[in-house]
Design a protein around this ligand. Structure first.
Ligand SMILES: [Zn+2]
Length: 146
């Protein structure tokens, strides 16, 4: 299966059914359902399942980068460490890009390289909550350090 999808195909301002996504990218519906399992966000309570163009675009872009590691909300893939890392919260910056896409810039907390990732701007609150919640946890207790 070719993974070379063109993420510019989809329009960010609309939503797509599984069938439409499959047609758009010339893949089987099963493949789209796999994408959903792998983290492509959907609207929860609506039938048929709908996928936002913005989410689709971000997801396809991540796939194309061959990012095999799934970052948690609070992690950013570090190209030097070659794994998702916690960013340094002192130097973190969030920037809103056109069309509902957000980008976060920070430094890897381990090697100090610049790291960044795209996310759906709607999830800003969730991301910030997780980042700062985890930071409190890890400074107060060292139980979960590995
Ligand atoms: Zn690093």
């Amino acid at each position: 299966m070719k993974r070379n999808h063109n993420h510019n195909k989809c329009k960010i301002h609309r939503s797509y059914t599984v069938q439409e996504v499959a047609e758009l990218y010339g893949v089987h519906k099963r493949t789209v359902r796999n994408w959903i399992k792998k983290g492509l966000p959907i609207f929860d309570d609506i039938r048929p399942l709908l996928i936002l163009g913005t989410d689709l675009k971000i997801f396809i872009r991540k796939q194309r980068k061959g990012n095999k590691f799934k970052c948690k909300l609070s992690e950013i893939y570090c190209f030097r460490c070659r794994i998702p890392r916690k960013p340094d919260l002192q130097k973190i910056k969030f920037s809103q890009q056109p069309s509902g896409i957000g980008r976060v810039f920070a430094m890897c907390s381990v090697c100090d390289s610049k790291v960044n990732k795209y996310f759906s701007w709607r999830r800003l609150d969730a991301i910030q909550r997780e980042l700062f919640m985890e930071s409190t946890v890890s400074t107060k207790t060292h139980k979960y350090e590995g």
